[in-house]
Design a protein around this ligand. Structure first.
Ligand code: PMP
Length: 392
């Protein structure tokens, strides 16, 4: 009999299972609304969503999306460079530029596509990209796709970044420093004031991914660059519409010439169908909420600070979280998944995060908060965690 060309997948599966890394994709029943999620007939308190402002099922976004269906239909038909962007796409690009206080923005089908498509147009073979060790997978892939030399510096280690920039000083070609603004698993912030300083000394561009911070951080809700007052010193910001803005899609924000260059060049823009316009309509409504209801982000960050101090009081390790993403660091993958299972049994949905999402030995429970969690929800989660994790 001929060799089975899928033999490899059986072998890979066996290895994957032996490491305890198989993943289950759950099916939700109904929308996940901010703080609650229904799975297998049970309503659980939801601590797994990036719907930080509770907008994903907000009636204002739903109404805006519904209205737009009659005007714009659903599918975008083709890439924007083929059938054109829709008028709601254009309106959203302008609204995002006004919100971000930049010259131009460009919509991508997802945040992943924004990173993966943008980085290869900033640097290529012969250039160097300096990337934080804990950057999101879409940044990692964008760096790989670029063909540039990738120098990974230790997570938020500014001395290591400075040393690497110094070591590569004589190398000709473009230089780019790329970082998450708010890290998606640890909930800590990139030290952007130092990063822009080092970039200016080295003549490097800076790209900041604001995926988890848009709508949450900064006086106006623009993210970590605004929080640190460095927006003018950052070359380009990437954002996503899929987290605090409650929808789906991604964008880049920056100077007009550079953004138009990306419109011409970025492969995930030019060779991918635009997101449906109905999503743009929902985001336009979400931006209005971010503008007019700043108390949402203030209250979210206050809740996060309270939860962190409660967990720390119980002696639990929340790492260096400074945000609405609060990890409980457990280390071992099987223990982490066991505790996540026990939490689910008890009515709390808290994802366990293990390799390859985090390095081996650094598994964690990732608690993400929304503005709709009540003080009682947070108190009961902290108590449940302490019961499960602390001896006696
Ligand atoms: N950047 C970061 C830091 C992320 O965490 C994510 C998604 N988890 C993305 C980009 C990709 O965004 P999207 O889900 O819109 O593709």
């Amino acid at each position: 009999m001929a060799h089975d060309p899928l033999e490899w997948v059986h072998e890979e599966w066996t290895r994957w299972q032996a490491q305890g890394l198989t993943r289950e994709c759950l099916t939700r029943e109904g929308p996940q609304s901010g703080f609650s999620i229904q799975i297998a007939g049970r309503q659980l308190l939801n601590f797994g969503s990036n719907d930080y402002l509770g907008l994903a099922a907000d009636e204002r976004l739903i109404a805006a999306a519904r209205d737009s269906l009659d005007r714009a239909g659903f599918g975008a038909g083709a890439s924007p460079l083929v059938t054109g962007r829709g008028s709601l796409h254009a309106e959203l690009e302008e609204a995002l530029a006004a919100f971000e206080g930049c010259e131009r923005t460009l919509l991508f089908p997802t945040g992943f596509a924004a990173n993966a498509g943008t980085i290869p147009e900033l640097v290529s073979r012969g250039d160097i990209v300096f990337s934080d060790a804990k950057n999101h997978a879409s940044i990692v892939d964008g760096c790989r796709l670029s063909g540039a030399k990738v120098v990974v510096y230790r997570h938020v280690d500014m001395q290591h970044l400075a040393d690497q920039l110094q070591e590569h000083r004589p190398v000709p070609g473009r230089k780019l420093i790329v970082t998450d603004g708010l890290f998606s698993m640890d909930g800590d912030l990139a030290p952007l004031p130092t990063i822009v300083e080092l970039a200016e000394q080295a003549g490097a561009m800076v790209l900041v991914d604001e995926a988890h911070a848009t709508g949450v951080f900064g006086e106006q809700g623009r993210g970590i660059c605004e929080h640190f007052g460095v927006e003018e010193r950052v070359t380009l910001r990437v954002g996503t519409l899929s987290k605090a803005l409650g929808s789906a899609g991604g964008f880049v924000a920056g100077p007009a010439k550079l953004v138009e260059w990306l419109r011409n060049r970025a492969r995930t823009y030019a060779f991918s169908t635009a997101m449906p316009e109905v999503l743009s309509a929902a985001v336009l409504a979400a931006l209005e909420v971010v503008r007019t209801e700043p108390q949402r982000r203030v209250s979210l960050l206050q809740s996060a600070a309270t939860l962190r101090s409660n967990l720390q009081r119980w002696g639990l390790d929340v790492g260096s979280s400074q945000s609405q993403i609060v990890p409980v660091l457990l280390g071992e993958a099987s223990r982490t998944m066991e505790v996540a299972g026990q939490l689910r049994e008890a009515g709390y949905f808290v994802p366990g995060i293990r390799p390859p999402s985090v390095p081996p030995g650094e598994s964690l429970l990732r608690i993400s908060l929304t503005v709709d969690h009540s003080p009682t929800d947070l108190e009961s989660l902290a108590t449940m965690l302490s019961n499960l994790l602390l001896p006696g």
